[in-house]
Design a protein around this ligand. Structure first.
Ligand code: NAP
Length: 328
């Protein structure tokens, strides 16, 4: 018989948002369980250096992740390495998180901080040569391409920042962007443009990724979006950073989201499902930073505490929240 474990709040994901939610839930003396399929840290583990988290002028992503993790545990957060398959609200108002191990977790509230998954280009060779030259994680795979040529696809913060990072390994990094203007923040653009090992190819998209007889990437076919002409770019590594898709697939039932699938919340981080809160990269918002993830999660955890107090005191939990919180 699969076991069901009871908590005050289920936190799905252990990136900066999940770990911050756990910290605040712990400080509020809530019984919180953090469910994470990998190791705690989320996108911080894919970030070489963090320079924009206040108080840390320059810190390695994994080091900041470790600090978040230790801090959350200090306040009593409980963690389980589990892959959540579904998060469902039952008729009794409780959420059930069902994991692929068969274990289920039950709580009156949940905070989803499950982040996103890299978007794929969807071109021939991409999935076939994943791990054989195609990568979505510079910090994980960059060192495999020492003194080789790396192509980075995308023009946002992730692509530009990781292209710069990859120059420490590669003989040359070529950023391929589909427009003639980068989306990335100006400071990241400046750093890349000043890097002598980096080059930018404009107005081109990837049409196909080719490999040698051993199945290792050796060429990318590019198409010019203006002239429609194709050309070859010899490269041994292709790092793809063309955005993220929010990980919301575990939620059963309809939940309001924007056109990209990011969860809409009110100012208390509550979604359209009562008792279900969202924080971090999975939430619809202007930007996705470690600071905003931590901020969202702080609000979500405090709102959870107020929601539970309200519920347990018998007071009706307001239908429309976001106008100044709950009365206890
Ligand atoms: P993003 O900002 O959505 O950028 C995606 C990039 O990929 C865009 O330049 C887009 O081109 C391009 N693209 C999309 N589909 C493509 C396709 N099929 N073929 C070729 N190019 C394609 O995503 P992101 O860079 O992953 O960043 C996600 C969020 O995390 C952002 O809010 C970002 O600010 C944040 N972030 C911040 C940092 C930092 O501050 N250090 C680092 C990483 C991420 P177009 O520009 O033409 O649309």
């Amino acid at each position: 018989m699969p076991e069901t474990r009871e908590y005050d709040v289920i936190i799905v994901g252990a990136g900066p948002a999940g770990l911050t939610a756990a910290l605040y839930a712990g400080r509020s003396m809530l019984r919180a369980i953090v469910l994470e399929r990998g190791i705690p840290g989320g996108e911080l583990l894919n970030t070489e250096i963090v320079e924009d988290y206040p108080g840390f002028e320059h810190i390695k992503g994994w080091e900041l992740a470790q600090k978040f993790d230790n801090h959350a545990k200090k306040f009593g957060a409980e963690f389980a390495q589990e892959t959540v398959v579904t998060l469902e609200k039952q008729d009794d108002g409780y959420f059930i998180a069902t994991c692929d191990s068969g274990v289920t977790f039950r709580a009156p509230t949940a905070i989803i901080t499950s982040g996103g998954t890299p978007i794929k280009l969807g071109v021939p060779g991409e999935l076939e040569y994943a791990g054989k030259g195609v990568s979505y994680c510079a910090i994980c795979d960059g060192h495999f391409f020492r003194d080789q040529v790396i192509a980075v696809i995308g023009g946002g913060d992730a692509a530009v920042e990781e292209a710069d990072f990859l120059t420490r390994y590669a003989s040359k990094v070529i950023l391929v962007h589909r427009r003639d203007e980068l989306r990335a923040s100006k400071i990241l653009q400046k750093r890349l443009k000043e890097n002598p090992k980096a080059e930018i190819i404009w107005n081109k998209v990837v049409e196909q990724i080719d490999a040698d007889a051993q199945g290792l990437v050796n060429n990318i076919v590019l198409r010019d979006v203006i002239t429609h002409q194709t050309s070859n770019l010899e490269a041994q590594g292709v790092f793809i950073f063309v955005g993220f898709r929010p990980n919301t697939g575990i939620i059963s039932g309809h939940v309001d989201h924007d056109e990209m699938g990011y969860l809409k919340t009110d100012m208390n981080m509550e979604t359209s499902i009562r008792g279900l809160f969202a924080a971090g990269d999975v939430r619809a918002q202007l930007t996705r930073q470690v600071t905003t993830a931590a901020g969202d999660a702080t609000t979500a955890a405090i709102a959870v505490e107020k929601y539970l107090t309200s519920m347990r005191s018998g007071a009706q939990v307001p239908e429309i929240i976001g106008t100044g919180g709950y009365s206890a």
